[in-house]
Design a protein around this ligand. Structure first.
Ligand code: F6P
Length: 370
C-alpha cells in the first residue's frame, strides 16, 4: 500500500444526478482504501450535507454492487452552493454565504480533502471552497456534456442512448401515422444531447441552442419530405433551442436554486407552429428526467471508473484544485478555477454538425440543398 499525506477524504455528488455517479463513488472509495489506506466519508445530498453536517463513513460493503446502479447512493442536490445558499426569510428567498459552516464540518470530521463530483454549478462552488483553503479534486459529471476542459463527462453517453432509443421508438409511430414528431431533449444551454441523440437516430431536423432556427425553414424540411414520399418527419430539439430573434422557453423559475431557470416547452411550440405552417399533423414529446435515469452504459461505467481512479491518484499525489478531464482522448487534469462558471457549447462548425448536415439533416437555419 502506498503512503499518502491524506488520511481521510469526503466524497459528494453535486448538481442533478446522472448515470455513473455510483460508479465514481465506488472507484474513489476502493482506490482510496485499497491503494492508499484512506478512510472514506460519504457526504449526503451534495453540498447540502456539507452544510447540514450529514457526513458518514463508507465501508467496502457500502460501495459494493453499485457499479451498474443509476442515481447516487449519497443523494444529490442542485440547490445548495455554499457561497450562494438560498434561505427563506419573511417569505422571500435570500442568498447567504455559509462557507464557514462547511469549513467547520470538514474540521469536525477531520476531512483532509474532498472529491467533488459535479457539473458547472458544482465546480463553481468548488472553486470558492478552494479559495477558502479546502483541498479538492473534481470529477466531471453531467448528462449535458457542457463542462469546459473535458471532451466528455460521464452520464452523457447513457443519456444519449436513452434519447436515441426514444427517437427510434417515435420514428416508427411517426411513420405509421404520417406525422411530424418533435422530441425534446434536455441539455440546458448546450445542444450536445439533442445533437448526438438526433445524429444516432437519423433525426431529419435537429434544433440546438447554438444554432437559432427559423420556423419556415423547419416547415419547409417537413413539407419537402412529404413531397418526396416520406410522409413523416422526426425532429430532435434541445430544450434550450430557440427561434432566431426569439427566446428560450422557460418551464419554471425555481427561486430556491442559485440557478433558478428551468427550461422546457420548445417541442410543443415547434410542433404547433409546424402544424400551422404545413397542415401536417404534429406531436410533441418531452423526455425530461427519463434521460437522467437508468443503468449507465458500459462506456459511462468505464469512464466513471477511470476518472475516479485518476482523481484519487491526484489527491494522493497532493495535487489539489484540479478536475480530471478527457483531453485528446486521454486522461488529464485542469485547474478548477480555469473552468468555473463557464460552459462548453456546440460550435456550429463542430464535426458532428458537419456530418449531420452532410447526410441531409436540417438545423433550421438554412434550407439544405437536397
Ligand atoms: O444539468 C442537468 C439537467 O438535467 C439539465 O439538462 C436540465 O435542464 C436540468 O438539469 C433540470 O434540472 P432539474 O432536475 O432541477 O429539473
Amino acid at each position: 500500500m502506498t503512503k499518502s499525506k491524506i488520511r481521510r477524504i469526503g466524497v459528494l455528488t453535486g448538481g442533478g444526478d446522472c448515470p455513473g455517479l455510483n460508479a465514481v463513488i465506488r472507484a474513489v472509495a476502493k482506490t482510496g482504501m485499497f491503494r492508499y489506506g484512506l478512510e472514506i466519508f460519504g457526504i449526503e445530498d451534495g453540498y447540502l450535507g456539507l452544510i447540514e453536517d450529514r457526513i458518514r463513513p463508507l465501508s467496502v460493503s457500502d460501495v459494493s454492487g453499485i457499479l451498474t446502479v443509476g442515481g447516487t447512493i449519497l443523494g444529490a442536490s442542485n440547490k445548495a452552493n455554499p457561497s450562494q445558499f438560498k434561505v427563506l426569510e419573511n417569505g422571500k428567498w435570500v442568498e447567504k454565504d455559509v462557507t464557514d459552516r462547511v469549513l467547520e464540518n470538514c474540521r469536525k470530521h477531520k476531512l483532509d480533502a474532498l472529491v467533488i463530483i459535479g457539473g458547472d454549478g458544482t465546480m463553481a462552488g468548488a472553486a470558492k471552497l478552494i479559495d477558502r483553503g479546502l483541498k479538492i479534486v473534481g470529477v466531471p459529471k453531467t448528462i449535458d456534456n457542457d463542462l469546459p476542459g473535458t471532451e466528455m463527462t460521464f452520464g452523457h453517453d447513457t443519456a444519449v442512448a436513452t434519447g436515441s432509443d426514444a427517437l427510434d421508438k417515435v420514428h416508427t409511430t411517426a411513420s405509421s401515422h404520417h406525422r411530424v414528431m418533435v422530441v425534446e431533449l434536455m441539455g440546458r444551454y448546450a445542444g450536445w444531447l439533442a445533437l448526438r441523440s438526433g445524429l444516432a437516430s437519423g433525426a431529419d431536423v435537429i434544433l440546438i441552442p447554438e444554432i437559432p432556427f427559423k420556423l419556415d425553414v423547419v416547415a419547409d424540411a417537413c413539407d419537402r419530405r412529404s413531397k418526396h414520399g416520406k410522409r413523416f418527419t422526426l425532429i430532435a430539439v434541445g430544450e434550450g433551442a430557440f427561434p432566431a430573434g426569439g427566446e428560450m422557453v422557460v418551464n419554471h423559475v425555481d427561486e430556491s436554486s442559485p440557478e433558478p431557470i428551468r427550461l422546457g416547452g420548445i417541442a410543443k411550440h415547434v410542433a404547433d407552429e409546424v402544424e400551422k405552417l404545413t397542415g401536417l399533423e404534429s406531436r410533441a414529446i418531452v423526455l425530461g428526467h427519463v434521460q437522467r435515469g437508468g443503468t449507465p452504459t458500459a462506456f459511462d461505467r468505464i469512464l466513471a471508473t477511470v476518472l475516479a481512479h485518476h482523481a484519487t491518484e491526484l489527491l494522493a499525489d497532493g495535487r489539489f484544485g484540479e478536475m480530471v478531464v478527457v483531453k485528446n482522448g486521454k486522461i488529464d487534469a485542469v485547474e478548477i478555477s480555469s473552468i468555473a462558471g463557464k460552459i462548453r457549447t456546440v460550435q456550429p462548425g463542430d464535426s458532428l454538425v458537419l456530418s449531420a448536415r452532410a447526410v441531409g439533416t436540417c438545423f433550421g437555419d438554412v434550407i439544405e440543398p437536397w
